[in-house]
Design a protein around this ligand. Structure first.
Ligand code: NAP
Length: 293
């Protein structure tokens, strides 16, 4: 059984990005610049954004954090988005989700210039991804594809079961695993209304679990030799930890891992790759890789 080490892979990729940035700037190009808008004081979101700023530093990027109060109106937020759209120094930016309930997330996502949408959530990027055109691909599925590639997990012609159909993970993941240029797998998507989820999993060569239910995938659901990608990161209360919680994946790692060919741990698997792919998208934005001109 091989552990797919997302933390080590992400460190390697960040070093590769930093080397490229140093070479770009030595040749006169400006440093890639990622901006982030955070609305409110949600603990999880603060941590994510802080980690994104740290990743920018590790990659040699410039970063800007715009931190707004909870009571920011939708109109004010849209004005910030517009300013970043217009700012020639900003290559890419993100609006950290979730947003307070009085703001329409979809409206905000659609207000972002798709050429700066390094989260890959704008319908133009989602649509281009779906038909296999160059675009910003959302960071979590992109990171999983990168792990599968770097660990040389065979995917072509394999049966892949994706658990979950959210816009940020399950849906794009299934698209990528299906596409000839990426996974080239035979893909089944299961969700909360799937009648035969267990049987689908039992036949899968690859299971990608993204439902947010700790320990949901148990040993009796896994075919011996399967590869398991665990996207789940649920905070489970744990008084023995300094933060008062521990992160739990969607897979019962202890009992499933001995059966597998390869598996991602939680933490240290998919999570570190997500921020790293945001950095890769920002570098691509700075280089106008997907949208020249
Ligand atoms: P989400 O928007 O809540 O979607 C969850 C999906 O799982 C839905 O499609 C839902 O089905 C399905 N589901 C829920 N309970 C189920 C059950 N008992 N059986 C079958 N399907 C079930 O969640 P998300 O944003 O995709 O995130 C999923 C997990 O990944 C969370 O733990 C999240 O924290 C984690 N995550 C991690 C990263 C990372 O970087 N590591 C990034 C993003 C998300 P319905 O559609 O029928 O409701």
């Amino acid at each position: 059984m091989q552990i797919i080490d997302g933390k080590a892979t992400a460190a390697t990729i960040k070093a590769e990005i930093k080397a490229e940035v140093e070479s770009m700037t030595a040749n006169g190009a400006k440093r890639p610049h990622l901006a982030a808008i955070l609305v409110g004081h949600d603990g999880g979101s603060l941590t994510y954004v802080k980690n994104k700023v740290l990743a920018c530093e590790a990659c040699g990027f410039k970063s800007t954090l715009i931190h707004l109060e909870d009571n920011t109106t939708e109109e004010e937020l849209l004005q910030h988005v517009d300013r970043l759209n217009q700012d020639p120094d900003v290559d890419g930016f993100i609006v950290q989700l979730p947003l307070p309930s009085h703001i329409s997330e979809q409206k905000v996502i659609e207000a972002i210039d798709y050429r700066k949408d390094v989260d890959g959530f704008h319908p133009v990027n989602v649509g281009r991804m779906a038909i296999g055109l160059p675009c910003f691909i959302s960071a979590t599925p992109k990171g999983i594809m990168e792990l599968l590639r770097r660990y040389e997990v065979p995917t072509s012609g394999k049966k892949c079961v994706v658990l979950g159909r959210s816009n940020i993970v399950g849906r794009p993941m299934a698209q990528l695993m299906m596409q000839k240029e990426y996974g080239d797998s035979t893909v089944t998507v299961c969700h909360s209304h799937s009648a035969n989820l267990r049987e689908e999993c039992q036949q899968a060569d690859i299971i990608i679990a993204a439902i947010g239910r700790p320990g949901f995938v148990t040993a009796d659901m896994v075919k011996p030799g399967a590869t398991i990608i665990d996207v789940g990161t649920t905070r489970v209360p744990d008084v023995s930890r300094k933060q008062g919680f521990r992160l739990c994946g969607d897979v019962d790692f202890e009992h499933v891992s001995p059966l597998c060919t390869a598996i991602t741990p939680v933490p240290g698997g998919v999570g570190p790759m997500t921020i790293c792919m945001l950095m890769q998208n920002t570098l691509a934005a700075a280089k106008h890789t997907y949208y020249p001109g």
